[in-house]
Design a protein around this ligand. Sequence first.
Ligand code: SF4
Ligand code: SF4
Length: 186
Amino acid sequence: MEEQKHICTACIEQTGGCCTDIEISMYKEEAAPFLKLKEEGKLPEGHTVTQHKNDEDIWEYHSNEEACVFLDPVTKGCNNYEKRPVICRTYPVQWTKVKVKKKWLGIKKKKKKKKMQFFLDTYCPLSHRVPLNDFHRWMDDLPDPSYVKKIGELDFEYKDRQYINLTVIQNNASPPEIARDLRLRV
Ligand code: SF4
Ligand code: SF4
């Protein structure tokens, strides 16, 4: 945990990490600290907090290429740590529903079925340092997976080449399946 913290601090100092130029989706309770700043006129110019165009229960925060309003410029820590959105807690793990082929599900139906799957964003330096099994556990620790389900489905494009499918790897898929999922990035 301490090592992860050091990696994140270095990453934020050097590149801004995942707390800069952000576009995150969150439920209203998670958006409350951002909305409060907006109401008080304390959001930096260009930062926006708006309702998601496809779902009025979800709010979006965009920091317009700048650091998140809660990123402390001195310590590089989060000033909203206890109430930070779920997406901030789980990154670089993201999730969405994917049409799964029958052999992955172990069923005989020909129709493809949508199943929740988890992905690892390899742009994040942590993804190269933390064992994959640890990332699986991160998602086990979520307070209520159904709560976060919708957010993952709304905004995440899992087909981008930078993502590794953690669910496929966890299910002991064959090497060709894993290679295909990695999209032969090497
Ligand atoms: S989670 Fe990844 S991208 Fe975000 S600050 Fe840490 S190392 Fe950087
Ligand atoms: S709320 Fe905290 S963890 Fe999330 S983007 Fe802002 S500074 Fe980073």
